[in-house]
Design a protein around this ligand. Structure first.
Ligand code: FAD
Length: 314
């Protein structure tokens, strides 16, 4: 079922989750364990992140530098296939502009159709430390909006090359939003204007970057509605579990940790997980009181704290 249908049909607010494929060379078993932990709480859908190839540099014995290009975390489509078909849980496959040609994206979408996967999240993709050369006869998407347009074209049966008797591929498309602004956007207003273009290109819903201060999400929601964006805007949440994350999360995701939360963790670093869990629970309660349709947890393959929160609503 499509994300948008889950949102329309549910009488109660939902919990959805995002997980990350295992590092290259590791077994998928650990990830299956995470899905097994979440599955008793009937997730409407699970997102699986996507990763472009990146450059790795090795210094060889003769002092020269060897560059290798590889995906650190391959397997997004295969993992979605397992979750969708073994666990019967709907999946949302993340698709990226960066590092993929439009032709590769079209092939991926055809494969997703065969696997019975109906949902994609269209993203620009994280910064790459090398530029993948694009062959002369290939094309690429620059912004997420362009990727949404490609998926929307396929909904109408419009493939990159004209072919006769093509079947439409009817995906539900989500896009990303940033309550604290995308780090490259000059200001939030401009960022919201670009986000609106993604919706006008065909996006069915928005899911936000993680935030720890609900007032930022609620203000973002109002600004989006004032700008004429009417699709559901699902809040993204993360449970803090360690004192180290007070540095790593702002550095990697460009979001603020509110003072009361960081002060409490710094005073009691050994209780960081308990403090993080209580904070996230308070966030969910306030968001549900404000009638959000769903809380989306960035699980990152550590489901135990999230499960403790979700249990309280079942
Ligand atoms: P876009 O919407 O393309 O925007 C990128 C920037 O360009 C923004 O600053 C925007 O304001 C600006 N912009 C947009 N349109 C225009 C325009 N027409 N002209 C000029 N500027 C414009 N990354 C991964 O690699 N894999 C993942 O699986 C992944 N999952 C994510 C899930 C969520 C929910 C979120 C919030 C992020 C995720 N990311 C992931 C990170 C994301 O790829 C990065 O944040 C990326 O830098 C921006 O992606 P976007 O889709 O928001 O980009």
């Amino acid at each position: 079922m499509k994300v948008i249908e889950h949102l329309e049909k549910s009488r109660n607010p939902l919990f959805s989750y995002e997980i990350v494929p295992p590092p290259r060379g590791r077994s998928v078993k650990d990830l299956i364990d995470v899905v097994e932990m979440l599955s008793p709480y009937e997730p409407p859908w699970i997102d699986v992140t996507a990763h472009s190839s990146v450059a790795f540099y090795n210094e060889l014995a003769d002092g020269s530098i060897q560059r290798k290009i590889m995906k650190k975390r391959p397997g997004t489509i295969g993992i979605c296939g397992i979750i969708q078909n073994r666990f019967r849980i709907d999946t949302v496959v993340h698709l990226l502009c960066q590092g993929f040609t439009r032709e590769e994206t079209e092939d991926a979408l055809i494969e997703l159709g065969y696997l019975g996967i109906e949902n994609v999240l269209a993203l620009c993709g994280d910064y790459l430390n090398f530029q993948k050369p694009i062959a002369k006869d290939r094309t690429s998407n620059k912004y997420a909006k362009d990727l949404v347009t490609q998926v929307t074209d396929l909904r109408r049966g419009q493939y990159l090359e004209e072919m006769s008797a093509t079947a439409a591929l009817d995906f539900c498309v989500g896009v990303a939003g940033y309550p604290e602004k995308h780090f490259e956007a000059p200001n939030l207003k401009t960022d919201i204007e670009y986000m609106k273009q993604k919706v006008e290109a065909g996006a069915d819903y928005i899911v936000t970057q993680m935030f720890f201060d609900n007032s930022k999400y609620l203000s973002f929601l109002k600004q989006c509605r004032d700008a004429g964006i009417t699709v559901p805007i699902i809040p993204g949440l993360k449970v803090l579990r360690s004192v180290q994350q007070l540095k790593s999360i702002p550095k990697n995701f460009y979001v603020d940790i509110p003072e009361p939360l960081s002060d409490e963790i710094l005073k009691n670093p050994t209780h960081a997980a308990e403090i993080g869990k209580r904070w996230a629970l308070d966030q969910v309660e306030e968001l549900f009181a404000n009638k959000v349709p769903c809380a989306h947890f960035y699980v990152m393959n550590d489901a135990s704290l999230v499960v403790d929160i979700v249990k309280k609503f079942k």
